[in-house]
Design a protein around this ligand. Sequence first.
Ligand code: ZN
Length: 356
Amino acid sequence: MIFAAAVHDYEHTGTTNNFHIQTRSDSAILYNDRSILESHHVSAAYRLLQDDDEMNIFYNLSKDDWRELRALVVEVVLATDMSCHFQQVKHMKTFLQQPEGIDKPKALSLLLHTADISHPAKTWDLHHRWTLSLLEEFFRQGDKEAELGLPFSPLCDRKSTMVAQSQIGFIDFIVVPTFTVLTDMTEKVVSPLIDEASNSLTGFRCSSLNSMSCEDAKWGSQRSSVSEGSPAENCSLLAVDLKNFKALWSEQVLQNRDRWKTQATKETEEKAIREVEEERAMQKATLMGQTEPIETETTEGKRDKRETQDKLNSPDEGETGERIKKHEGERTQHGDTKSPKDNETENKDQQLKLGK
Ligand SMILES: [Zn+2]
């Protein structure tokens, strides 16, 4: 798991899979447009191990263990592709309704995927820093897209991206549902083990599944009531407090969400002011008989140019562009009043993109 986590973004290009597809990069051709970056992360990491004995930390593994580990690493890292997100969460939910045990690669995949998008569950300073860095990466991709005459991918236009608003959507539609299903899954996996552990307090044997020491299990506020020095003290299972885990992450996520909410109000006001100013500038320019006014025209011009590049534009991208354009129109008319449902559709691409 730690190995998979360590390599899961190895040699990331700082651009999205879709950008690779649109620009027909070497990797896109090599991996046939499918989970391009994720395929590269695993492949390049394994190549390192393979090409240099000194790097090969799995040198002493038996053939079977090596194969089993490799299959697991490949599956877990490929599942960090955000385009798998909705299906992954849905599958796990269905799985949890069934009486059978949970598939190990699926469980580990969800764990890594959640960790991958977990910054909104960290303290504000960390979460805020991650958000800004991530957005800067997107904006740089947007700069490249503009240079290449490609349409902006969601969240990549540094001039119009609503940072706070997009984080709220990301939290509501991606982060919270993922953490919720992870919590449910953990409960299903760990609860029987906790029961087993507390039932056999005497002559206790730590399960091999338990690799976390009591010291690591800091999330448990109600530490085990077992007296010091008892055999169970060494077992973290009894220190795991699942209820508190849920309370902890949801409290932190909600706190962060509140901070974004405050910023989103400001963001919307600023945008409204900007739009009014642009509108005025447009009117003034038109009155003065200028044919090529400001900003908006430039953007439109670029769009027209892009739209002629049919081959580069997938139908989906075109649609998204149209939809956003349409909403921009609505916003100007109705003073940015959108129903949550509108937001949902419009932001789906954006939220997916926030997970990397
Ligand atoms: Zn990542």
